[in-house]
Design a protein around this ligand. Structure first.
Ligand code: NAI
Ligand code: DG6
Length: 532
C-alpha cells in the first residue's frame, strides 16, 4: 500500500508465443471463450460454445499524467491532494496511537493483489499487486489541479473538511497554501440552495457556450503549463439534481451542443465539464450520482471516441450491499427487504439534505441489487410469471422492498454512519434479520477510489484491440464499464446490461488486465486439487 515502485521493465514477463514485448508496447493474443444459450419452445436450453480471438495492444509509456478534479476544494478533493503530497514527500505524522506513515490503503490498484497462477514447485498460489499487471501511473506522480466554486486556498479547504489529523495538516500547509482551485461554473438550480455561501470563485457570466470554451481552455492550459502527456478529469463536486431529458435538447449530441450554445436551462455544470473533456479528448469520470451523461453526452463521447465513466463513487454501504445481497441470493436465501439509513455531517450531507439532490443519490443507491434479483427466477417471480398468476399485466418482476434514507447530522462531520437491515425468508417460512452498522470517514473511503478511477482510466486510453480477421486496432468503447467496481450505478455501453455484483466487477477487471497480457483467467476450478 505504500509508495513501492515497480522494478524497471515491469514485474511480470509472460513466456508465450502469443505475448510479445515490443519496444513501445505489449501485444497479446487472447481467446474470449463463452457460450450462446437459446431456450426453445419446449423450455430446454441449447448451449453452443463460442470462441473469438482478439489482439490487444497496450502502449507501455505512461508519461506525465494530470488529474483535474471538479470540486477540488471539497472533502474528497482536499483529501486526494493531501494524500498524494504526504505519500510523495513521505510525510509521517503523530497520532495518539503513535507515528502514522502515509499509504494508499483502500486503493484496489495500489493495495490489492491478483492471483497470477501457481508456483510449479510448491503448488502454492502466486499473487502480484494489481498495479504491476500493466504499466500504470503511480499516484505519487499525478500532477493534481482542478476547479471549485469555493475559492478558499487548499490548506484552508483541508482544514474546513476536518478529515485528516492536525499533525499531518500542519506539515502539509506550506505545500497547499499557494494552491487555489480554478474558478468554476455555478448554476444555482442544480445544487442545494444551502451551498450558495460557498460560491465565490466563479467564471463570470451566464453564457454556457463561453463556460464550455473556458473549461476547455483550462484543460489545455493545465496540460501545457505542466508539460503533461495526458489528463483525466473527474467530477467530485456536489451532487446535482437530475437534468430532465428533453427531446430536441439533450437527446442527441448535436442537440446538446446547440443547447449549450443557446444556454438552455437544463444543461448542468457537470454536463458542461463532461462535454469540455470529450471535446478535448480526455477521459471524464463522474463521481456523483446525477445524470451528467444525458443521451446526447454519451453519443458525443462515442462520436469522438473519447472515454467516459460513472456514476457515483461506491465507497461503503453500497459496496457491502452488493456483496451481501449477492451472498444471500446465491445462497438460495430470499431477501424480502433491505432498509438503509445514513447520517453524516459533512458538506456532502448538507447538500443532500435538499430533496432534489437527495433524489439523485437515492436513485444511484437503489439500483444495486436489481441484477442479482433478476438472475434468480427460482426465488423471485418474473414479470411474466406475475402477470400469468394474477391476470393483471405487470411490468416489473418480484423484488425486495428497498429504502434509502439520508440525514444530515452536522456533529458527526465526515464520519458517516450507515445502518442496514436485511430481512430475508428462510426455509419453511422462517425469517432472518441481519443488521450492519458501518462507521468511518467518508472521504478516506472515496479518495483511494478517485486514484483508482484515474489510474485505470488513463491505462485504458493506452489499450487498443483488433478482432481476428480485421486489419485495424480500435480503442475500447467510450463507456468505461470496466470501472464499475468503484461506481455505484455503473454506466455501461448503451444496450448492454449493468452488472452490480462486486465480485463479477472485480473479476472483469482482473480478467481484462490478464487478457492484455494474453493470459487466460485462472478460475477457481483448481483441477489439480480435485483429481489424482
Ligand atoms: P464536498 O461538498 O465536501 O465537496 C464538493 C465540492 O464541490 C465543494 O467544495 C463545492 O464547493 C464544490 N462544487 C460544487 N459545485 C461545483 C461546481 N459546479 N464546480 C466546481 N466545484 C463545485 O463533498 P465531498 O464529500 O467531497 O463529495 C463530493 C461528491 O462525491 C458528492 O457529490 C458526493 O455525493 C460524492 N460521493 C462522495 C463519497 C464519499 O464517500 N465521500 C462517496 C460517493 C459519492
Ligand atoms: C450519504 O449516503 C452520503 C453519500 O455521499 C455516501 O456517503 C456516498 O454516496 C457513499 O455511499 P455508499 O453507499 O457507497 O457508502
Amino acid at each position: 500500500a505504500s509508495a513501492r515502485r515497480t522494478p524497471e521493465g515491469g514485474l511480470i514477463k509472460v513466456e508465450s508465443d502469443s505475448t510479445k514485448y515490443e519496444e513501445e508496447g505489449i501485444r497479446a493474443i487472447f481467446t474470449d471463450r463463452g457460450a450462446d444459450v437459446v431456450q426453445g419452445g419446449d423450455g430446454k436450453f441449447s448451449v453452443k460454445k463460442t470462441e473469438k480471438n482478439y489482439e490487444f495492444y497496450t502502449k507501455s509509456k505512461v508519461g506525465k499524467v494530470g488529474l483535474m478534479l471538479v470540486g477540488l476544494g471539497g472533502n474528497n478533493g482536499t483529501t486526494v491532494l493531501a494524500t498524494h503530497l504526504a505519500n510523495k514527500h513521505q510525510i509521517s505524522w503523530r497520532t495518539k496511537d503513535g507515528t502514522q506513515e502515509p499509504n494508499y490503503i483502500g486503493s484496489v490498484v495500489r493495495a490489492s493483489t491478483i492471483r497470477l497462477g501457481v508456483d510449479p514447485e510448491t503448488g502454492k498460489d502466486v499473487f502480484v499487486p494489481l498495479s504491476d499487471m500493466l504499466p500504470m501511473v503511480h499516484p505519487n506522480d499525478f500532477v493534481i489541479g482542478g476547479w471549485d466554486i469555493s475559492g478558499v486556498s487548499m490548506d484552508k479547504a483541508m482544514s474546513r473538511a476536518k478529515v485528516l489529523e492536525w499533525d499531518l495538516q500542519r506539515q502539509l500547509v506550506p505545500m497547499m497554501d499557494s494552491v487555489k482551485p480554478l474558478p468554476s461554473i455555478y448554476y444555482p438550480d442544480f445544487i442545494a440552495a444551502n451551498q450558495a455561501d460557498r460560491a465565490d470563485n466563479l467564471i463570470p457570466g451566464d453564457d454556457k457556450q463561453s463556460h464550455l470554451d473556458h473549461i476547455r481552455n483550462d484543460i489545455r492550459q493545465f496540460k501545457s503549463d505542466n508539460q503533461l502527456d495526458s489528463v483525466v478529469v473527474l467530477w467530485t463536486a456536489n451532487t446535482e439534481r437530475y437534468a430532465d431529458i428533453i427531446p430536441g435538447i439533450n437527446d442527441t449530441s448535436d442537440n446538446l451542443l446547440k443547447s449549450i450554445e443557446s444556454s438552455h436551462e437544463e444543461v448542468s455544470p457537470s454536463t458542461i465539464f463532461a462535454v469540455a473533456s470529450i471535446l478535448e479528448g480526455v477521459p471524464f469520470i463522474n463521481g456523483s450520482p446525477q445524470n451528467t451523461f444525458v443521451p446526447g453526452c454519451i453519443e458525443l463521447a462515442e462520436k469522438h471516441k473519447t472515454f467516459i465513466g460513472g456514476d457515483d463513487f461506491k465507497s461503503g454501504q453500497t459496496k457491502v450491499k452488493s456483496v451481501l445481497a449477492e451472498f444471500l441470493v446465491n445462497a438460495g436465501i430470499k431477501p424480502l427487504s433491505i432498509s438503509s439509513y445514513n447520517h453524516l455531517g459533512n458538506n456532502d450531507g448538507k447538500n443532500l439534505s435538499s430533496q432534489r439532490q437527495f433524489r439523485s443519490k437515492e436513485i444511484s443507491k437503489s439500483s444495486v441489487v436489481d441484477d442479482m434479483v433478476a438472475a434468480n427466477n427460482v426465488l423471485y417471480k418474473s414479470a411474466a410469471e406475475l402477470t400469468a398468476e394474477t391476470g393483471e399485466v405487470t411490468k416489473k418482476g418480484e423484488h425486495p422492498d428497498h429504502i434509502v434514507v439520508i440525514k444530515h447530522v452536522p456533529a458527526v462531520g465526515d464520519s458517516k454512519r450507515a445502518i442496514d437491515e436485511y430481512y430475508s425468508e428462510l426455509l419453511m417460512g422462517g425469517r432472518n434479520v441481519m443488521n450492519i452498522f458501518n462507521e468511518c470517514e467518508d472521504s478516506l473511503l472515496a479518495t483511494p477510489l478517485i486514484f483508482d478511477l484515474a489510474i485505470l482510466a488513463e491505462l485504458l486510453t493506452r489499450v487498443t484491440y483488433k478482432p481476428e480477421g480485421e486489419d485495424e486496432h480500435k480503442p475500447l468503447h467510450s463507456v468505461l464499464s470496466l470501472l464499475s467496481y468503484m461506481l455505484k450505478a455503473p454506466l455501461v455501453k448503451p444496450g448492454t446490461d449493468v452488472v452490480n455484483s462486486l465480485n463479477r466487477q472485480r473479476n472483469a477487471l482482473e480478467q481484462f488486465l490478464k487478457a492484455c497480457l494474453g493470459l487466460e483467467h485462472s478460475g477457481d476450478l483448481l483441477l489439480n486439487t480435485r483429481i489424482w
